[in-house]
Design a protein around this ligand. Structure first.
Ligand code: IVH
Length: 717
């Protein structure tokens, strides 16, 4: 966008303008005409350096001075205002969707420091303004989420707002009330405070962010670019119920207003300790009180090293004067307080060229466009390809092949295109054309009316088959060690395996045919495959790769059904009654089980001995705690194993042999003699099935249990 020569000139111009700011304010109409133009040019240049390249060449402080000079001139000579002046950008994020409220104190931004020297400069300014020789700082992470202001009156949470334009925010109290880390009541009165305004950030942990996006992609929704967008988008939803579903957290970091004023804590550290003691989630344990700027710098660097390990996305550290009594003396600019500064970590964004777009077929047939980039370093990692998610994403951003793009990478979050530099287009850029046919099998692609993605619906599509196998073997599913991507592909290509059922019929000789395998590794793989037969039901359900059924949904399903067969037979309406399962997911489950080829795979799995029923029992009560049960003979309600599972569900123990530790022997029809005799000898209490059912009837639906067992039996024959 700027040639090195132009950059040099603009930087010189910046210095020149900064040196004569005082004169600028007194400029005549004629001088002003020239000056506004120059100021706009340099401001635009610095905007580009800051926002696009993320490598600013002046401090926010100087930027702010230039900006204010321009505003001042435009105020004096309004006819000089042009619509493209940087002052005409709408700063407000207020959309009118929520009522607005005035903040108790303006919600300002923070000045930025990018280097150690800029931190020292900040320290010098603070010392100069306070006249002190030594100043203590509190240093804490700078969270990258959405800023909020919370008001507590007489110990009650009465109002929560977004930042808005800094003076007025949007009232999102109802949404914020759904966030568990915001106490609805906090005993400020303990500290003699009757009104408090607190600043904080709504964040979503990196882990939850990944899950949320995975679910969104599975559901055909556009994913969020980064945790910040996810948090900001989430708190401004219309329906608080939807907000509650996202795993949002609020972390507070500043006490911004207190009534009566004399109850204001002395230091920032104390104020956060107070908030922490009142039940807020704070940055207390990540904060350090530093005795001087050297210690501040050391702490900032330490955190820059470990930022990836932190559960939330952070983009720097905030350095605050610890003594709150110094705040009034230090004061504020229109943009930021002079008692704090943000030390920003090295940016993880870079500009590169989108050279090509390829189309990948996903496990469920979804076609994903993937951008091939001119390789570029983004925060120490080379990035050469990036997901473009779907056609809507491409259209919305108007991405074309040949475009210069800004690539961003947030922590361990996958890189994404944050921006397209449209002003740098040469006219040679080509629009991205979506294929009409599947790039793997050539069958015609379809787009369902309520979905954003194109899909290949050919069940025999090789790309999908290989991915289904990989998914089944993956860590979160059946966790088959040694069955990596390359092996899966080879097994498929050689025709040894067509679906997941075939895996369990592989013989060592088959594996030995594959390049790179010896006797030992082949045996190990066979062993790992066989071992996977015992995985719990939720992993099996997840492993099947049903569209929209991610690991979270699979866990929910495994809680309500006892076998894959039960899931197969569950009616749509019943599926939709399960929390978190809507029509789309339910329909997809039904569709999966309606396909004959899928049922055949399940049968193959069952015959091979893969466990398709629930084994691990979930505890629902403690009524049988400390009691050990043994069963003998045939029970009416269910098989003995099932009865044993129920005992475990209710906190008791189930065993097959009578010992002195046995509490009850439940005697069914045609009991075996050994157990009865042993029980009598050891003085173990014997009870009838009816007595047993009486013990559990308050916790288990016995009629339902009997019915289910009948159904299970029928199915088996
Ligand atoms: S203090 C008046 N502390 O960063 C300054 N802000 O870029 C009060 N932020 O608007 C803010 N972590 O939304 C403060 N530990 C922290 C922060 C933090 C993130 C946000 C905040 C602010 C923005 C400025």
């Amino acid at each position: 966008m700027y040639t090195p020569e132009q950059e040099k000139q603009l930087q010189e111009k910046t210095r020149e303008l900064l040196s004569k700011l005082d004169q600028i304010k007194q400029a005549s109409r004629q001088e002003a005409e020239k000056l506004v133009k120059e100021l706009r040019d340099v401001i635009r240049y610095h905007d580009y350096k800051y926002y696009v390249q993320a490598s600013p060449v002046i401090t926010d402080y100087d930027y702010d001075r230039l900006f204010r000079a321009l505003k001042e001139l435009e105020r004096k000579y309004p006819d000089l205002i042009t619509p493209d002046s940087p002052t005409q950008r709408v700063a407000s994020e207020i959309t009118g969707e929520f009522p607005t409220v005035k903040h108790y104190t303006p919600m300002l931004s923070l000045d930025n420091a990018y280097t150690e020297e800029e931190l020292r400069e900040f320290d010098r300014r603070v010392k100069q303004l306070t006249g002190l020789e030594r100043v203590e700082y509190a240093v804490e992470p700078k969270l990258d989420g959405a800023g909020i202001a919370l008001v507590y009156k007489d110990d009650l949470f009465v109002r929560g707002a977004t930042r808005g334009d800094g003076i007025y925010g949007e009232d999102i109290t109802q949404n914020l009330k759904t966030i568990r880390t915001i106490p609805l009541r906090a005993e400020f009165s303990r500290y003699g405070i009757n009104l408090a305004e607190i600043r904080g950030e709504v964040v979503i942990s990196k882990e939850e962010f990944k899950k949320l996006n995975q679910e969104r992609i599975e559901q055909g929704l556009p994913p969020f670019a980064n945790p910040r967008n996810a948090a900001a988008g989430s708190i401004r939803q219309k329906d608080p119920k939807e907000v509650a579903k996202r795993k949002l957290e609020a972390i507070v970091y500043q006490l911004s207003y207190v009534e009566p004023p004399e109850k204001d804590p002395e230091t920032h550290y104390e104020s956060i300790k107070m908030l922490d003691s009142l039940g807020f989630k704070t940055l207390l344990k990540d904060m350090k009180v530093c005795k001087d700027i050297d210690e501040v710098i050391e702490y900032c660097k330490e955190w820059e090293e470990k930022r990836d390990q932190y559960p939330y996305e952070i983009d720097g550290m905030v350095v605050k004067v610890n003594n709150r009594r110094l705040y009034p003396k230090l004061g504020y600019t229109s943009h930021h307080p002079r008692w704090a500064i943000a030390y920003k970590f090295k940016p993880r964004r870079a500009v590169t060229v989108l050279e090509d777009v390829v189309f990948q077929v996903g496990r469920t047939g979804t076609i994903t466009p993937v951008g091939k980039l001119k390789p570029v370093q983004v925060g120490g990692v080379t990035v050469s390809s990036v997901s473009l998610f779907n056609e809507d994403f491409i259209k919305e951003k108007d991405i074309r092949i040949g475009d210069k793009v800004v690539v961003e990478r947030a922590g361990d979050v996958i890189p994404y295109i944050a921006q397209v530099l449209k002003e740098e287009r040469t006219g040679e850029e080509k629009p991205i054309e979506f294929p009409k046919e599947c790039p793997s099998c050539g069958s015609k692609l379809v787009k369902l009316p309520d979905e954003v993605a194109y899909r290949c619906i050919n069940i025999a599509c090789p790309a999908q088959a290989v991915l289904r196998l990989k998914h089944w073997a993956s860590r979160e599913a059946m966790d088959i060690r040694g069955l990596g991507d390359a092996t899966v592909k080879l097994l498929y290509e050689k025709g040894l395996v067509k679906d997941v059922g075939d895996l369990y019929y592989l013989k060592p000789a088959d594996i030995l045919r594959l390049p790179g395998f010896g006797e030992k590794s082949a045996m190990n793989l066979i062993k790992a495959i066989q071992e996977s037969k015992k995985r719990p039901l939720d992993r099996v359900i997840y492993g099947l790769g049903i569209r929209y059924v991610g690991s979270t949904t699979a866990k929910k399903l495994a809680q309500v059904v006892n076998s894959v067969w039960e899931l197969k037979d569950m009616p749509l309406e019943k599926l939709m009654k399960i929390e978190g399962i809507g029509y789309k997911v339910a329909r997809s489950i039904k569709e999966f089980f309606s396909r004959e080829e899928n049922i055949n795979v399940l049968k193959k799995l069952q015959e091979a001995g893969v466990q398709l029923v629930k084994k691990a029992v979930e505890k629902i009560s403690d009524v049988l705690k400390g009691k050990t049960f043994v069963f003998t003979g045939t029970l009416d309600c269910c098989p003995r194993e099932k009865a044993g599972e129920i005992v475990e569900m209710l906190g008791g123990k189930f065993s097959n042999t009578v010992t002195s530790k046995t509490d009850y022997l439940v005697v069914g029809k045609e009991p075996g003699r050994t157990k009865l005799q042993k029980a009598q000898k050891l003085g173990v209490k014997t009870i009838t099935e009816e007595e047993f059912l009486n013990m559990i009837k308050d916790h288990v639906d016995i009629e339902k249990l009997k019915k289910e067992e009948k159904k299970e039996e029928k199915k088996l024959f």
